[in-house]
Design a protein around this ligand. Structure first.
Ligand code: GLY
Length: 286
């Protein structure tokens, strides 16, 4: 089944932001769906979806990213194509509007899977990506929360898709965690932890505390549950239960199985999420 699913991060959110965040994930689904509907590759669909949320200041990715302890933005993103197992990831980058497209540039160059900092940022020029002054990614709200040492207003974003040819893909993007030290990388940059896709296993994107998610290789763990017979909703729930039991962490995850069945779960208070498949209109989850 052709399908795209999107999440806007697991955590707590203010009631005032809830409707706009749900509107954001619905718009992201529509952007990804337009690619799939035109016969495009699942990888292009997840990039289109994630870029919508990177451009939306209500999410912790791209514009609106949280700030490091020094008060600057450092972003992580990764993506993977399930047909070729090609992957690209960037860490601790700034000055680029859509880190997910920078991760795509790493994948396209094919020399590395994971590139960090300034050498990764330099790819933006070569691949014609939109750049900006690092401070242009900082919203007033992010600055206020940093000053007042408050939890982030938004969370990590991600998408998974299966295209008309049955190819799977996943992508994840984040500003990380508020007050992180410079150079800290989270799961959203790590293939297998925050992002994974393999047409024979499924595809997934995680959201939550990177240090715990990396140690459990959360997305790959969830996909192995599918390989052992779980359905996608069951694997999503069981992987998060494992994360809580083994590492005491709460998180969220979205999954597709190889046929396109959607699994979404969270152990946090909320996670804006939505999906659309060939059988219907966009479904926005609460
Ligand atoms: N999941 C986002 C991070 O820990 O950086």
């Amino acid at each position: 089944m052709t399908v795209i699913a999107v999440h806007g991060g697991a955590g707590a959110e203010s009631p005032a932001d809830r409707p706009a965040r749900r509107d954001g994930v619905a718009r992201a689904v529509e952007a990804g769906w337009a690619v799939l509907d035109a016969g495009g590759h699942a990888l292009d669909a997840v990039i289109a979806a994630v870029a919508v949320l990177e451009d939306d200041p209500l999410f912790n990715a791209g514009l609106g990213s949280v700030l490091t302890v020094e008060g600057v933005v450092e972003m992580d993103a990764s993506l993977m194509a399930g047909d070729t197992l090609q992957a690209g990831a960037v860490g601790a980058v700034t000055g680029v509007r859509n880190p997910v497209r920078l991760a795509r540039a790493v994948l396209d160059e094919g020399r590395e899977v994971f590139l960090v900092g300034e050498p990764a940022e330099r790819l933006a020029g070569r691949h014609g990506l939109a750049t900006c002054a690092p401070d242009a990614l900082i919203t007033e709200e992010a600055r206020r929360r940093w000053r007042e040492r408050l939890a982030p207003g938004g969370e990590t974003v991600g998408a998974v898709a299966r295209d008309t040819a049955g190819r799977l893909a996943a992508a994840t993007s984040t500003g990380g965690v508020t007050g992180k030290r410079r150079g800290r990388l989270g799961d959203s940059a790590v293939i297998g932890a925050g992002t994974y896709a393999d047409d024979t296993l499924g595809a997934g994107s995680a959201t939550g505390p990177g240090e715990a998610i990396i140690r459990l290789c959360l997305v790959r763990t969830a996909l192995e549950l599918i390989a052992r017979g779980a359905d996608a909703p069951g694997a999503a729930a069981e992987s998060l239960a494992l994360l809580q039991r083994r590492l005491g962490a709460t998180a969220g995850i979205i999954l597709l199985d190889p046929r396109g069945q959607v699994g979404m779960a969270r152990t946090t208070e909320s996670m804006p999420a939505a999906y659309r498949s060939a059988t219907g209109a966009t479904v926005v989850l609460d």
